[in-house]
Write a protein that binds this ligand. Structure first.
Ligand code: ADP
Length: 152
């Protein structure tokens, strides 16, 4: 089975993430959307909330699973039987950063490869951090996030 792990913070999940994940779902037998728990990071939304939004976003996609993990992404991916890590690329800054991460991960675990999909045009300006700013300042965030992401 071709399994890919899509790791990220998803704080919150955006239409950019959703686009990459749904497109990749046709390329792999299974995608595991994995929320990384980083003790040094502070998040706007609690883990449970982020997981719930992701699960609801993909409830009609039988080959997309949702999970969370701590520690090394490569270790988690191997434990899950994955052969691939999936990441999205928006711009040259993403490329430089992702290249270093992917090459490091390959040194840590050469059985894993990272696969990149380019963001759809129109979605490349969306980032979770900008969405958080819009939310904090009372703007219309709903145009940037999947339906289930609604802040009460
Ligand atoms: P991280 O904390 O690892 O940066 P994110 O949740 O911000 O986690 O991002 C996870 C992945 O989603 C990364 O590969 C990132 O490049 C990708 N991504 C984020 N926003 C978009 C977007 N608008 N279009 C395509 N990919 C995106």
């Amino acid at each position: 089975m071709r399994i890919a792990v899509f790791p990220g913070s998803f704080d919150p999940i955006t239409l950019g993430h959703k686009d990459i994940i749904t497109r990749a779902a046709t390329l792999f037998d299974k995608i595991i959307v994995a929320v990384g728990k980083n003790a040094n990071k502070t998040y706007m939304f609690p883990l449970e909330q982020r997981l719930e939004w992701i699960s609801e976003t993909f409830e009609n996609y039988p080959n997309i699973e949702v999970d969370y993990y701590t520690g090394l992404t490569v270790k988690y991916a191997i434990e899950k039987g994955a052969g691939f890590i999936l990441r999205g690329l928006r711009n040259p800054a993403d490329f430089e950063f992702e290249k270093a991460v992917a090459q490091t991960n390959r040194k840590l675990e050469n059985k894993l490869d990272t696969v990149f999909l380019l963001t759809a045009s129109g979605l490349s300006s969306i980032s979770s951090s900008i969405v958080r700013d819009v939310i904090r300042n009372g703007g219309d965030y709903t145009q940037f996030v999947p339906e289930p992401v609604r802040i009460k």
